[in-house]
Design a protein around this ligand. Structure first.
Ligand SMILES: [Zn+2]
Length: 295
């Protein structure tokens, strides 16, 4: 279970996370954002420049708090991990106020907008430059390199701070909960591959957009991979017992689930089923899922 930290939360304050990193919590707590979105300011405290990672929601108080954390430094880049509405909408107003370029994930144009994706994506996001895997930004004493990590969204990037071994993980790996993977844009196969990608790295610490810093990153990622594999095995076992619609998995897989979370649970099971279908292990016929031909 998730333990919610006691109030008051440090909303609006510039917290020193490590020598090159300050963190500013946005005033947007919710069941999807935990205590709120965490914006990071990266650069030497007394240096001439910095970068801002995940500027967050377009709220005047939050933008003022980011600017206070930046101080007299020039912002060389406003960098977004992905374009969910709790991450990128402040990019445009911050760019307008400071003249800083928006550099980072690709904009996302959804061909098929589901009810939740329609709500969750920021259509205003317009980057000046899109970074692909391995590309980065450099300032005085800091270097941030993009690590492509699709899955939570197709455009998700993490950013590695080369000088300190920290990785800014956005919503890919978070300090409070596992990431939600919502089709059609969210892709479980990509998400698992992006977890394996982090396992192959040797980052010292993760700073995620929601929740506390993660000091034992690979241990957490290993646990997340195990949790998803367990879910997948459970789905395959249930499919083997009986063909069923998505709703038929929920009572067995999520015992005692809060009824308000049934929709989210069905999304997650659907993400797994689509992945199994791609691998030939499941197929859908008239709303009913059954085992695939041969794995
Ligand atoms: Zn997100």
């Amino acid at each position: 279970m998730v333990t919610i930290p006691p109030q008051p939360w440090p909303t609006g304050l510039a917290e020193d996370v490590e020598p090159l990193v300050k963190r500013v919590l946005a005033p947007n707590p919710s069941p999807y954002t935990f205590t709120g979105t965490q914006t990071y300011v990266v650069g030497m405290a007394d240096g001439p420049d910095c970068a801002v990672i995940d500027p967050g929601p377009d709220e005047a108080d939050h933008i003022a708090a980011i600017l206070a954390a930046v101080g007299s430094r020039k912002i060389l880049a406003i960098m977004c991990t992905h374009t969910h509405r709790d991450h990128s909408p402040a990019a445009a107003p911050l760019a307008a106020q400071t003249g800083a370029p928006i550099v980072g994930c690709a904009p996302l144009m959804l061909q098929v907008a589901g009810p939740r994706s329609d709500e969750a994506f920021d259509p205003t996001y317009a980057p000046d430059r899109v970074l692909v895997d391995g590309e980065g930004m450099r300032g005085t004493g800091w270097t941030l390199t993009a690590v492509a990590t699709p899955g939570h969204t197709s455009n998700h990037l993490c950013f590695a701070l080369e000088e300190s071994g920290a990785l800014f993980t956005g919503d890919h790996v978070m300090g409070w909960s596992t990431s939600v993977v919502i089709p059609p844009d969210g892709d479980m196969g990509d998400y698992m591959a992006s977890l394996e990608k982090l396992m192959a790295r040797e980052d010292r610490v993760y700073h995620s957009a929601h929740g506390a810093a993660i000091d034992k990153p690979r241990q957490l990622v290993r646990g997340m991979i195990g949790h998803r594999r367990q879910r997948e095995n459970q789905i395959l076992r249930l499919l083997g017992e009986q063909a069923r619609p998505v709703s038929g998995f929920i009572p067995e897989m999520y015992k005692g689930l809060d009824p308000r979370l049934i929709g989210a649970a069905e999304m997650s099971v659907t993400a797994h089923l689509i992945d199994l279908e791609k691998r030939g292990l499941a197929r859908l016929s008239e709303g009913v899922w059954q085992t695939g031909v041969q794995g």
